[in-house]
Design a protein around this ligand. Structure first.
Ligand SMILES: [Fe+2]
Length: 283
């Protein structure tokens, strides 16, 4: 059976969430769901993700998996909310434990607040592990670099690549978060470029450069030919140099700290407050 893909665009964070399913009345996975979050007030809403829930109900789908491509730094995962409404197992790459450890230290999160090592996640994927939903099988490819825990979910010829690449006119993702690494990202992109040319690459963010229409689907062949950061003509050394220089000029994402506090807990909110570490060289 051919996998069906339904995309949803979360405008305030430029995030794409996906539902992949085998057929109406069949089985589904959700990939990279998002909560609505107002940083100024702390208000959390579910208007966006409720559209995904409605689609699943309207198509009589059974939700088997709630997947995260990585611990996002720019939006709050709705994984736990989705699970509370529809069931399913929340899963992510196994190196999430490294991200948890890093931010537990950065944010001074106590053992009482967290957890037993994989808090909130039902399953941590190994590289090349497969998973099934209905008549479909997915394959997990570890594609670290943007973050150490980044994975790609491959379902038939559909690759859900997280922030490993963006659309060809926007390039690639930053690698300067803890555990990120431009050289490792290069190798991960080469892993994706090793897939058949007609493999569909479903993008996790689109920032509509130049005001163009929203776009979130490219292919291995198109990205190889046209990606502005890493076409097949760019050397590894040039990519690493470019990425490191560019990353050194980027601001911290607006929602970094709230995002990681939720996302390392599989989308569960902290009890009442978010923490923001104070960073100062002079005081
Ligand atoms: Fe990301």
């Amino acid at each position: 059976m051919t996998a069906q893909v339904k995309a949803f665009y979360h405008q305030s964070t430029s995030t794409l969430s996906y539902i992949v399913f085998d057929h109406v009345g069949g089985h589904a996975v959700v990939i990279d769901s998002a909560l609505d979050f107002a940083a100024n007030s702390g208000q959390v809403e579910t208007h966006f993700v409720d559209q995904l829930l409605a689609f699943i109900k309207d198509n009589s789908l059974t939700l088997d998996w709630i997947l995260e491509t990585h611990a996002h730094a720019d939006h709050l995962s709705a994984a736990s909310y989705v699970k509370s409404k529809l069931g399913g197992k929340i899963a992510v790459g196994k190196r999430i434990t490294e991200v948890q450890k890093t931010f537990k230290s950065v944010l001074d999160i106590s053992d009482d607040e967290l957890w037993d090592g994989n808090d909130g996640f039902d399953h941590l994927f190994e590289d090349n592990e497969s998973f099934s939903f209905g008549s479909l099988t997915g394959l997990v490819l570890m594609t670290p670099g943007h973050t150490c825990d980044s994975v790609t979910y491959l379902v038939q010829d559909n690759a859900f690549i997280g922030d490993t690449l963006f659309m060809p006119d926007f390039g690639s993702a930053r690698c300067d978060f803890p555990g990120g690494d431009a050289e490792v990202l290069y190798d991960s992109i080469m892993r994706l470029y090793g897939l058949p040319g007609d493999t569909k690459l479903w993008i996790c963010h689109d920032y509509q450069p130049g005001g163009r229409e929203l776009a979130y689907l490219t292919s291995v062949a198109e990205s190889k030919a046209e990606n502005i950061h890493l076409s097949q003509n760019v050397t590894k050394e040039d990519f690493i140099k470019f990425r490191q220089e560019r990353d050194s000029q980027l601001d911290v994402p607006k929602l970094l700290y709230p995002s990681v506090q939720v996302n390392i807990r599989a989308g569960q909110l902290p009890v009442r407050f978010f923490k923001i570490p104070v960073v100062s060289e002079k005081l």
